[in-house]
Design a protein around this ligand. Structure first.
Ligand code: GLU
Length: 485
């Protein structure tokens, strides 16, 4: 990439970091880090009705957790600040004046109700609703009269007629918009606060943004922004619009969609690894070209480019994310998985807040037992539930196995070996099982299944010797006796 790369993520701080916003931030970040560029986080907080003060901290915390760092923002400063729009209002003023002077912006006095009626009438005629341009050419006297009625004007942008706005989207290719399809849009509200399209254009220019990478939902805003660049005699940055994210049913993902974990904070709380989440969201739109799906952050920084970002929508597949996180879990250090999983067992009341050394050792082994299987850390509570239960229930396949004719012989023999030995270790248990095989002549499934089911209530699970060891002699004896009775 030639000229210097300066990219930004510009959320409205209305809540927590959403997975869609995270993808936008991540793609910007990858482009910056891969091209010796700068990554900027800027807050679009001019819609004060939707703004919540904690929103800024929530966004930054989410980014940090994902492993994203930034060169300029509200906390670290930078040469192009301030980094929240409400603090930039004075910077916008001269440009508003300049465009008013040029007649590009004009005052519109139409009330909400009048605009509503206008829209309804257009729709009734089967027309695309857009501002009619009623206030485009008011005389000074007319304006005064409207003001005298107590009306407070907005400023609208005078959209040129019969023009075609063209740009080359870095993802979608050549784009064209006919200005006749675009009504004069509001750029400044009566309180003097600019609307999104205006503020974003000024910010992107003043911050020398080279690439605007954002969601597809902003595509129709881009011609409006280009008209503002043109009116100010500025060169527009490059634009790249990332396609929609669909849910597994291939419907547009909504924030109410319960089949998808929506917010980065939730991923953190459920015990996903940030490396897995960023690996996964990269593939929501970007493709590496080959079959490989697992990429380290460094590899992504090196390989990411906009020309491999897909035009077609990305499908969010929670199963795939879980598969990927499991992949990272398997490779992780046990201690890291323990740090993630242990608090879940404690919060669920399975283990005390304060652990003595012995209990801690036990918990580490237990979590280790499930490291291969766990898709995310919170899952440990469900997976390991059988260790904390007083009674097991046997259903389905497990029930059928436990009722097989040879089961009492196997269990009796196993019990005997346990009771005749002082030692109760995972290795020792392995020895007992060998003995049971000799004593009873049952081997393989016929040997292990009854014992596994009697001890766990399940037909599948991790290492049986370690499972039995972690259950402890007392529970093992009790569970076997229970089945035998
Ligand atoms: N505040 C806008 C959003 O959150 C930013 C759009 C843009 O990047 O231009 O969608």
């Amino acid at each position: 990439m030639s000229a210097k790369v300066r990219v930004r993520y510009a959320p409205s701080p209305t809540g927590h970091l959403h997975i869609g916003g995270a993808r936008t931030a991540w793609f910007n970040y990858l482009l910056a880090r891969g091209n010796d560029g700068k990554f900027i986080v800027r807050f679009e907080d001019t819609d004060q009705t939707r703004h919540i003060e904690s929103g800024i901290g929530n966004q930054l915390d989410g980014l940090k957790w994902l492993g994203i760092d930034w060169d300029e923002s509200v906390d670290v400063g930078g040469d192009y600040g301030p980094y929240r729009q409400m603090e930039r209002i004075p910077l916008y003023k001269p440009y508003i004046e300049q465009l008013k002077q040029k007649g590009v912006l004009y005052s519109c006095y139409c009330s909400e109700k009048e605009l509503e009626e206008e829209r309804a009438a257009q729709e009734a005629r089967g027309e695309m609703p857009r501002y009619s341009g009623k206030c485009r050419n008011l005389t000074a006297e007319q304006e005064e009269a409207l003001r005298a009625e107590g009306r407070e004007p907005v400023l609208r942008f005078r959209v040129p007629e019969n023009e075609v706005i063209r740009f080359t989207d870095q993802v979608r290719g050549d784009m064209e918009f006919d200005t006749n399809g675009i009504g004069d849009f509001i750029v400044v509200r009566p309180d003097g606060i600019p609307m999104y399209n205006f503020a974003v254009t000024l910010d992107d220019h003043l911050m020398e943004i080279s690439h605007v990478i954002r969601g597809e939902e902003h595509l129709s805003n881009t011609p409006r922004q280009i008209m503002i660049y043109n009116a100010l005699g500025w060169e527009a940055p490059k634009f790249a619009h990332l396609s929609l994210i669909l849910n597994t049913d291939r419907k547009k993902m909504s924030k109410r969609d319960e089949s998808i974990v929506q917010f980065i904070e939730q991923y953190r709380d459920l015990g996903y690894l940030p490396e897995a989440v960023t690996n996964f969201i990269t593939l929501l739109g970007w493709s590496p070209g080959g079959e490989e799906e697992i990429f380290s952050k460094q590899e992504l920084i090196e390989q990411f480019s906009l020309d491999r970002v897909a035009k077609s929508p990305a499908v969010f597949d929670m199963d795939k994310l879980n598969w990927m996180n499991n992949h990272y879990f398997k490779k992780a250090e046990l201690e890291d998985i323990v740090n993630l999983a242990l608090p879940h067992l404690q919060r669920a009341g399975k283990l005390p807040e304060e652990l003595d050394e012995e209990t801690r050792k036990w918990a580490v082994m237990l979590i280790g037992l499930y490291q291969e299987q766990m898709r995310y850390a919170a899952e440990i509570v469900e997976l390991a539930d059988l260790f904390f239960k007083d009674e097991l229930e046997f259903a389905g396949e497990a029930k059928a196995i436990i009722e097989e004719e040879h089961v009492p012989v196997v269990l009796q023999s196993f019990l005997q070996h346990i009771e005749n030995n002082e030692e109760f270790t995972a290795d020792g248990i392995k020895g007992f099982l060998k003995q049971v095989q000799k004593d009873t002549g049952h081997k393989g499934k016929a040997l292990f299944m009854p014992i596994r089911v009697a001890l766990t209530g399940q037909t599948h699970g991790p290492d049986l010797n370690v499972t039995a060891y972690l259950l402890g002699k007392e529970k093992v004896v009790q569970r076997i006796k229970k089945v035998l009775s």
